[in-house]
Design a protein around this ligand. Structure first.
Ligand code: NCD
Length: 364
């Protein structure tokens, strides 16, 4: 692995190797040695707010013996002067050995990777994907339920603008879990995500209107907040917020072994009264972020090696005279970029933007 931009950059076997390395990293954390990444520098370029992703990557690198540079406030960097992602990538990749980027535009991490000399990790790009979050979501499920395959996973909340559920749904489909979606009207999984799930992974999700209808049947409940900052003007936050709240009363109907996950931050979708429930796993999940990000960092830096298996079939890209339909795609903002599309299938013909996964439209 060089860059980690989308979850499909890793095969299932590679993900399982990362889980094993993460288990070893738990020992490195408790013993304080060995310093695998001594002398290496991680740059965290955060163009959007973050607590967990930035701090856990920084903690991971420091625990590996390396150092950290970067910014969490883009207005303190040359972005404020209009610098492009491509130029920032060229410059920062000379200062650091590995870069983690978070950005409000979908596809921004891909641009950084294309222009960087050093490995780039996507720490969340718009509503697109959040692959390192997915890795420790999966790690938590696998560690506590012993498998991913065959589990019933409820994805609840903002499935449209939440990037964590996009990368997670692809991984769950690839590992053979069953996906049940529970979301406010208008915030369902986007069509391009459903199409990729159906055509590429042969996976059909099911929907439920009510948490109470599925709570007794699922093994994992993955809660998410409404992505208030990404809602378009035609969706009123108050009309979609507070629709799905998991509380003690509902949990009384859940299995004893069921686990509740959340990428955090939570707003009001998990009642505080559940924090001491043995099935509340979200804080443990967020703690696992450090060991998993240590594993990812060490592998991306080639300090630790995993057998490279690649995905079958590997992605195919084409350049066509079309642009991406998504107004929040980086290709519609940074105009030096050429529009490029991934061939999801030849028959039926289906193309997805190579940067953000959405559909092509004719250039106007
Ligand atoms: C998530 C994100 O940024 O996508 N947070 C995180 O990294 N744990 C989830 C969110 O902001 O809702």
């Amino acid at each position: 692995m060089r860059d980690l931009i989308v979850i499909d950059d890793l095969s299932n076997q590679e993900i399982e190797h990362i889980f094993r390395i993460a288990d070893d990293m738990a020992n490195v954390i408790s013993t304080g040695s060995p310093k695998l990444c001594g002398g290496k520098i991680l740059a965290t370029l955060f163009y959007e707010p973050s607590t967990r992703t930035r701090l856990s990557f920084e903690s991971a690198m420091i625990r590996l013996g390396g150092s950290v540079i970067g910014f969490a406030e883009p207005n303190s960097s040359s972005v404020a002067k209009g610098e492009t992602l491509a130029d920032t990538a060229r410059v920062v990749s000379e200062y650091a050995d590995i870069i983690v980027i978070r950005h409000p535009l979908a596809g921004a991490a891909r641009v950084m990777a294309d222009y960087s000399e050093t490995p780039v990790i996507n720490g969340g790009d718009g509503s697109h994907q959040h692959p390192t979050q997915t890795l420790y979501d999966l790690y938590t499920i696998n560690k506590h339920l012993g498998r991913i395959s065959g589990l019933k996973v409820g994805l609840c909340g903002d499935l449209k603008f939440g990037r964590t559920v996009h990368s997670l749904s692809y991984a769950l489909a690839r590992f053979g879990a069953e996906i049940i979606c529970i979301s406010p009207k208008g915030l369902e999984l986007p069509d391009h995500v459903l199409q990729r799930l159906e055509i590429k992974y042969k996976h059909k999700v099911t929907y439920s209107d009510k948490l109470e209808d599925v709570i007794g049947d699922i093994d994992v409940l993955y809660m998410t907040r409404i992505q208030k900052e990404r809602l378009p003007d035609d969706i009123d936050y108050n009309s979609v917020a507070g629709k799905f709240i998991i509380n003690k009363e509902l949990m009384a109907k859940a299995k004893n072994q069921m686990i509740i996950l959340h990428p955090l931050p939570r707003v009001d979708e998990i009642a505080y009264e559940l924090d001491n429930d043995q099935r509340a796993f979200y804080f443990r999940q967020s703690a696992y972020g450090v060991r998993v990000r240590m594993a990812i960092t060490a592998v991306a830096l080639d300090v630790l090696k995993i057998p490279s298996t690649g995905l079958e079939p590997s992605a195919r890209f084409v350049s066509v005279k079309k642009r991406c339909v998504n107004p929040r795609c980086v290709t519609n903002h940074e105009h030096y970029l050429a529009h490029k599309f991934e061939v999801i299938s030849d028959l039926p013909p289906l193309l997805a933007c190579a940067y953000c996964g959405e559909k092509p439209v004719d250039e106007t």
